[in-house]
Design a protein around this ligand. Structure first.
Ligand code: GLV
Ligand code: GLV
Length: 332
């Protein structure tokens, strides 16, 4: 059937997404565990009407040139889309989709798990036991801060930041937030959240959790200066994007006790090299970018990414359900 739209799916995703794509398209699916090498990706997208990408695939002018002018949609299997040059897509009339909403609570769950694990030294304690070092109950063994009743500073108060606030409420935490835009009074009231300039938030928080998008402005947002504003006991949690934190500054701050601990779901680069200084620090917890990794959520993300892809390649073209660049349908 030659009239089926040609699409490339850049990785194996849950069947919830693969099944509808394979049913409707002339689909090639990249089956490897690792992403397609750049040259392979550029070759695979040639002549495609749509491409389903992951955050490990860079979509830029070179990608769009390689695909060709018949490309109508790039469906990113993620809520974040810093891997996609959105203006370049819009300029060529290519719709870009993401998967907002479905992963909000799952991501907030992991942010809170990391917050608690780093604060209460869960991974460190596990290593201690496995190393055969547990000799007796110790009054001074592996002490950490309380989570309940502590002050949390949420940087980036969008859907995920607010979902973290809901969890913090259950722990009786004082909730501070910072965002480029102040939330509506009703939202602040719902969470009992106080807006603060970043400097003050960092100075007052026992736990700081990052929920910003990666942009030019948020790259290395947390650097040596910002870390110096934090409490020596503070715990930094990053489930946003690795480059939001300067990793060299962070390793230095953790080593020198400028802050107490860090928990990272995202690193710069990804994956983090096994000899990275951060991995030699007991007060740094790192997991491999798994914040949205619940079975249910990854399935819903697959459904959404497939729906965006299929709407984008439909004849006649349909508006994709969750566009990042709705302006593509409404040229000025
Ligand atoms: C994952 O990091 C996402 O943006 O969905
Ligand atoms: C993601 O869902 C966010 O914008 O916080």
């Amino acid at each position: 059937m030659t009239d089926r739209p040609k699409v490339f799916v850049a990785r194996q995703i849950p069947d919830d997404g693969i099944a509808p794509i394979v049913a409707a398209c002339d689909a090639r699916i990249w089956e490897d565990e690792l992403p397609p090498p750049r040259a392979t990706l550029l070759d695979a997208v040639r002549g495609c009407a749509g491409v389903l990408t992951l955050l490990t695939d860079t979509v830029d002018d070179e990608f769009l040139d390689a695909a060709g002018p018949q490309l109508t949609v790039v469906s990113n299997y993620a809520v974040g889309f810093d891997n996609v040059d959105v203006p370049a897509c819009t300029a060529r009339g290519v719709a870009v989709g993401n998967t907002p909403g479905v992963l909000t609570d799952t991501t907030a769950d992991l942010a809170f798990a990391l917050l608690m694990a780093a604060g209460r030294r869960v991974a460190e304690g596990d290593r201690y036991v496995r190393a055969g070092r547990w000799k007796t109950w110790g009054p001074l063994l592996l002490l950490g801060p309380d989570v309940h009743g502590a002050t949390i500073g949420i940087v980036g108060f969008g859907r995920i930041g607010q979902a973290v606030a809901r969890r913090a409420m259950g722990f009786g935490m004082t909730i501070l937030y910072h965002d480029v835009q102040r939330a509506q009074a009703a939202v602040e009231e719902a969470y009992g959240a106080t807006f603060l300039p970043l400097e003050e938030l960092l100075a007052r928080s026992d736990f700081v959790s990052l929920h910003v998008n990666l942009t030019a402005e948020t790259t290395k947002l947390i650097n040596t200066e910002k870390l110096s504003w934090m409490k020596p006991t503070a715990v930094l949690v990053n489930t946003s994007r690795g480059p939001v934190v300067d990793p060299v500054a962070l390793a230095d701050a953790l080593r020198r006790g400028i802050i107490g601990a860090a928990a990272l779901d995202v690193t710069d680069p990804e994956p983090i090299p096994s000899d990275d200084p951060l991995l030699s620090l007991d007060n740094c917890l790192v997991v491999p970018h798994i914040a949205s990794a619940s079975r249910a959520t990854r399935g819903k993300m697959a459904e959404m990414a497939a729906a965006n892809l299929l709407a984008g390649v439909a004849q006649p073209q349909q508006r994709i359900p969750t566009p990042v660049n709705p302006e593509v349908y409404d040229p000025a």
